[in-house]
Ligand binder design. Structure first.
Ligand code: PMP
Length: 402
């Protein structure tokens, strides 16, 4: 008999939707043409890519020539930041100022830090407030005469807090219409309005594998006329901004996945949020010394991030995994390292306070029964770990007693 598995790690990745997979399959073997080829095989692939571009553009309320397909949000974020800075340098020949936050995904944070280290930009990193939300006034106060770019995530991938993107968009345009505003919407697309006009963004990054689409494909919305340069050389694909053979099956999957969100969003959000609140309440009630990280209100419908004092998060994860409950301590990309989460540190937690954190992210197929089982397993594991750490502390005390 296969062991029961409960997947509560949808912020790391989602399973591909069966309908999405079905639409992708012909483009692997049957209609395998290169979308840049001029023969009919190529043209068929090209038509499929353009249909997907239409589906993505519709979701973001963008034009077709404003959607650039990439290999995922990491690449979209790199292209957005490096592309804008590179184009600015070419034109202005001086060092620009960039604003971002301290709790971005590593692909934004490391890009900005590296460019700062290489003396290409001046950078300001804004801390969120204790509740995991960035203040509009803090961004406003950081703007300088040479600020050209603001990059801020829409929903934080670890604690699920939602940032006031449209208010910041309005404030930036009022302050200095020339400043380019980018949002990493990877964790938002499934749950929140991503109409680029309403958000007031010039650039928006997203990834298919967070929305029940395939891995290795994503998109960057780049407002028409924006001064942005390519960052990799080769062919002229994607309006000359992204060289490389077009990933037709992946792009078809992205288009299919995004077109399904519109029909289902409100219903799914309500169902997931109800379960999320049930899960939060159950953990806080049944497990002593537990605390929710980040705002309860300004939070993605699928995210629960809780801290258990006197528990090591990685040990907890291992125990849960043995019982078939799959979760995460922070973002999947950074787990594997035992350094404290940069997101929790940004909230003002001390390193020792970040260790017992657990991220549980629900999906559209998560059930109440699964939540009940998960809480039972989490409770038992936390109790066991606390007993062990209690014994270790006692032994340490006894061994060191004179
Ligand atoms: N940004 C955020 C907020 C994310 O959650 C992720 C994925 N963990 C990424 C960027 C990177 O996305 P991808 O896996 O498509 O490169």
């Amino acid at each position: 008999m296969t062991k029961k598995t409960i997947y509560l790690d949808h912020a790391a990745t989602t399973p591909i939707d069966k309908k999405v997979l079905k639409e992708m399959i012909p483009y692997f073997s049957q209609n395998f043409g290169n979308a840049s080829s001029l023969h009919s095989f190529g043209q068929e692939a090209d038509q499929a890519v353009e249909k997907a571009r239409m589906q993505v553009a519709k979701y973001f309320n963008a034009n077709l020539n404003e959607i650039i397909f990439t290999s995922g949000a990491t690449e979209s974020n790199n292209l957005a930041i490096k592309g804008v800075v590179k184009a600015y340098y070419k034109k202005e020949k001086k060092k620009p100022h960039v604003i971002t936050t301290t709790f971005e995904h590593h692909c934004v944070l490391e890009t900005v830090k590296k460019m700062e280290k290489e003396n290409l930009i001046e950078a300001t990193f804004i801390n969120p407030k204790k509740d995991g939300v960035i203040s509009v006034a803090d961004i406003k106060n950081a703007i300088k005469s040479n600020t050209i770019f603001v990059s801020m995530m829409y929903v934080n991938n670890e604690i699920g807090t939602v940032q006031p993107i449209s208010e910041i968009g309005k404030m930036i345009k009022k302050n200095n219409a020339k400043i380019i505003f980018h949002t990493d919407a990877t964790q938002a697309v499934n749950y929140f309005d991503c109409n680029v006009e309403k958000l007031g963004v010039d650039l928006l990054s997203m990834s298919a594998h967070k929305i029940y689409g395939p891995k290795g494909v994503g998109a960057l919305y780049a407002k028409f006329g924006l001064n942005i340069a390519k960052i990799q050389d080769g062919g002229a694909q994607e309006f000359g901004l992204r060289a490389g053979t077009i990933n037709t099956p992946g792009i078809v999957g992205l288009g299919s996945a995004i077109s399904m969100i519109n029909d289902q969003r409100t219903k799914n959000n309500m169902q997931i949020q109800k379960l999320r609140d049930y899960l939060i309440a159950k953990i806080l009630k049944e497990i002593p010394d537990s605390r929710l990280n980040g705002s309860k209100i300004k939070r993605s419908p699928n995210n629960v991030n809780v801290n258990f004092s006197r528990v090591e998060g990685e040990s907890l994860l291992m125990m849960l995994s043995q019982e078939g409950v799959f979760a995460s301590t922070g973002s999947a990309c950074s787990s594997g390292s035992l350094s404290p989460s940069h997101v929790l540190l940004a909230l003002g937690l001390k390193p020792e306070e970040t260790h017992g954190s657990l991220r549980l992210t629900l999906g559209k197929n998560t059930t109440k029964k699964e939540i009940d089982y998960a809480v039972k397993v989490i409770k038992g594991s936390v109790e066991k770990l606390r007993k062990v750490s209690g014994n270790v502390l006692r032994d340490f005390y006894l061994n060191n007693k004179k």
